[in-house]
Write a protein that binds this ligand. Structure first.
Ligand code: SF4
Ligand code: SF4
Length: 174
C-alpha cells in the first residue's frame, strides 16, 4: 500500500466511471458537488496531526477517478469517522461517508492495513478487539478478580458471513 501523494497525475490513471461507482453507494451521492474549498481539511482533527492526510485531496482523487491511487493509500484509513467534515462542508458533501465507501472498496480488493487486519482477525477469533495476554488473566486471578466474560466470536462470525472482508482478514499473511 502507498501514501496519497502529490505526484503527477497521468490521464492513464483516471477511471472516468469511478465517480459514478461511488455516487451510487450509500453516502456517496454528493461526491461531485465538492468545489475544493478545503473546509473539510482545515477542520479535520486528523489532518491537524498528519502531514499526509487531507480529506479534500481524497475527495478530489475520487472525483478524478484516481482509483488505484486512492484505494491503495494507507492514509485513507486514518479517518476517525468523527463527521466534522460532513457537518461543515458548504456543499453538503458527505465526506466521511465517501471515505467509508472508499474504504469498503479498498477492503474488497484486500487493501487493508495490516494493523486493522490483525484487529479484525482478533475480533473474529476471540470476540475482543484486543488479544488479552495470559499474564493479564493470571494477574486478575492473583488479585481475586472475576474472570473476564467470554467474547462471542461465533455470533460475530455469523453476522459477518457473506461479507467479503472475512476472506481478507482470515488470510493470516499477505
Ligand atoms: S468542505 Fe466540501 S466542498 Fe469543501 S473541499 Fe471538502 S468536500 Fe469539497
Ligand atoms: S470524519 Fe474523517 S475526514 Fe472527516 S473530519 Fe473526521 S477524521 Fe477528518
Amino acid at each position: 500500500m502507498t501514501e496519497t501523494v502529490k505526484k503527477q497525475v497521468k490521464s492513464s490513471e483516471m477511471d472516468p466511471n469511478f465517480k459514478y461507482e461511488i455516487s451510487k453507494m450509500h453516502g456517496g451521492a454528493k461526491l461531485m458537488r465538492c468545489f475544493q474549498c478545503g473546509t473539510c481539511t482545515s477542520d479535520c482533527p486528523i489532518a491537524k496531526f498528519s502531514d499526509t492526510y487531507r480529506p479534500r485531496q481524497i475527495i478530489r482523487m475520487a472525483q478524478l477517478g484516481l482509483k488505484d491511487r486512492v484505494l491503495n493509500s494507507d492514509t485513507l484509513w486514518l479517518c476517525a469517522a468523527c463527521f466534522t467534515c460532513t457537518d461543515r462542508c458548504p456543499q453538503d458533501v458527505e465526506v466521511a461517508s465517501v471515505i467509508r465507501v472508499l474504504r469498503n472498496l479498498a477492503a474488497e480488493r484486500g487493501c487493508i492495513p495490516q494493523v486493522f487486519k490483525e484487529e479484525a482477525s482478533c475480533i473474529l477469533d476471540t470476540g475482543y478487539a484486543y488479544r488479552i495476554p495470559e499474564s493479564r488473566i493470571k494477574k486478575r486471578e492473583t488479585l481475586g478478580l472475576p474472570p473476564l466474560p467470554k467474547g462471542n466470536a461465533e455470533s460475530i462470525r455469523k453476522s459477518l458471513r457473506g461479507v467479503n472482508l472475512l476472506k481478507h482478514v482470515e488470510k493470516k499473511e499477505d
